[in-house]
Design a protein around this ligand. Sequence first.
Ligand code: ADP
Ligand code: MG
Length: 732
Amino acid sequence: MGNVRTRALDEFATHKAERFFVEKRPVSEYFGQNVFDREKMRRYLSAEAYQAVVDAVEKGEKIDRNIADQIASGMKSWAVQMGATHYTHWFHPLTDATAEKHESFLDPMKGGGVFENFKGSTLIQQEPDASSFPNGGLRNTFEARGYTAWDPGSPAFIIDQTLCIPTVFVAYTGESLDQKTPHLKSIQAVDRAATAICRMFDKNVQRVIPMLGIEQEYFLVDEAFYRARPDLMLCNRTLIGHTAAKDQQLEDHYFGAIPSRVMCFMKDFETEAYKLGVQLKTRHNEVAPNQFEYAPVYGEANLSADQNLMMMILMKKIAKKHRLKVIFHEKPFAGVNGSGKHCNWSLVTNTGVNLLSPGRTPRTNLQFLSFFVSVIRGVYEHHHLLMSSVVSLSNMYRLGGNEAPPAVMSIFVGATLTHLLESIEKLTSENLTSISDKEVKVRSKLHIVNQIPEILPDNTDRNRTSPFAFTGNRFEFRAVGSSCNVASSLFILNGVVAQQLVRFKKMVDENMEAGMSQDKAMMKVIRQFIVESKNILFEGNGYSAQWQQEAARRGLKGISSVPEAFDEYISPGSLKMFQEQEILTRREAEARHEVLNETYVKKLQIEARVLGDLTTNHVIPTALSFQNTIINNVKGIKELFPEEYKEMCSTQLNLIRKISGYVNRLHQDVHDMVEARKVANKIEDIGEKAAEYYKNIFPYMEKIRTIADKLEMVIDDELWPLPKYRELLFFR
Ligand code: ADP
Ligand code: MG
């Protein structure tokens, strides 16, 4: 029989690897086969309908309802031929998950029989009967209507014989209830502001598009162990569990050979990803045992964000086939590295110029500098908001840990650019334009050994401790958590950048009106932006304690409490930016603030409940059973050696006392935590409630865990009911 853990161990031991089909055809033969991409559109749509979609994507033009009928019909023909039976509007409510409600294509025919039907109106708009998504007061149940509307910028795709149509999700009043809407609006805001500046350099620029490459970190655990851990099942992280004697200290997992079972999962996942038109590029072991990463090739931000969510769904499905569980939580295991979702972000023009790539000519340098310093200036202005945008209950277990970016914003730019910015700062108004003549690119070849080809080092060295690092031709926002929808942070990044680009242009225009040449006018603003924002630049070790002090001295505001971070969404400065850039209205920002607090409270409440259950129903009973065994042992020895038993049983007697001590403390702490919840649950105001949860319930998570972990170390291994860290992290 055994306990849950030993049964899971048996299941693991007897599990025979299944033989999985491995796709051997060249990827190019099946790449994108499950996506209604341009190639399919050309085949299934009339020229007019095809052009309408292209114009919608490239010029933001609205699609006429008549044309929508044609598009829907073509889309349906393709989908039905691919075996799809259902369609769904696929949207991203404020939960970090995605939502779908499937409808069959079938319609009855007059006079009997059925046929597949899909109208333009159904493609364009749906009204999901879903009054129970988080909405922060934007939808009361009596006005529960919400609409999903087709986003032609992200092509429809087929998963599980269902045609999924990416959509935005808005309330009856038009207010956004999802992550995609503000992201799309922010992309437009950047486009407006950036294009205006680009056109000062090149009149052919019509559009500027934020580009995004997302590195996704994740853990894999065996399904049998996962099911034996209520905490993993309900909270996606281990709430208790002593660290294994060996975890990542030997640094032998990072980039190590990929375990064969995992490789099998990865291949299977990649094949399906390719069919969905996602160009996965890298895969490797991460630092922590059983931690891995993949990254696709970057693409337009809206599409990249959607594809990332698509991949998260796909990975979970494929893992099931391999009896694995994918864990996207930012810190599933204490003591080893957590997971992030690094967002590589840049701005590219429709003419193919990356605005964050240092140029080879003085002119392109000036353009590069304009954008580079505007990003820095924007991140500085809203550094607290930007950091707050990555805050969640789960990511806060990771941030500021010894391996993850600290919870205070700073920007790393590397030695070359630091030097350049410093030289610009020193310029006087007479020699302002002298520096824009110089080439930024300074690359010298590295000679290693004779037979090894020379290598070209990058302009920027790397700094893994920075939450926001410039990496040669893009910024890498590294603080973003592995489980979130990146749109929730990117709409803020885009917004703060757009705001500064608008300001940049306005100031340049003013300088030119005052008689300056365009180059000089720009250099003057560039210099001013550098002076204003240099406090955010930091090249040192972001993990160090000195940096925390230094950041405070520089007036950089870090995250000290989660609910306080959420308040930044509704600070006057943030609201001004959201409104000016037409990304969120005050009401939408307030709703988001409410949803963030609500989610925080609910998630922490669930964790606290599960921890109470684990302690009361797993840990304490196990401790008492073990204690009984020792008591019986002592009784037996006493019977045999009535004179000497105390001396003989000193270890056992100590252990009996020790266990009683731990059990009593656990019992008391769980009781106190429940009482603290009762107090907090009475609070009406959601912000105050979250603050109360943060202050008076959150600390119990660590307090209780510490004692439970101590018990794990003294109790007979045979009795311990929860799979241990060494099993969760090393069995593969
Ligand atoms: P790292 O070495 O930082 O781990 P990876 O190779 O894992 O890098 O991932 C880098 C990501 O950055 C990829 O998704 C890549 O396509 C993306 N990327 C590269 N250049 C750009 C760019 N100019 N803009 C946005 N993303 C980019
Ligand atoms: Mg990487």
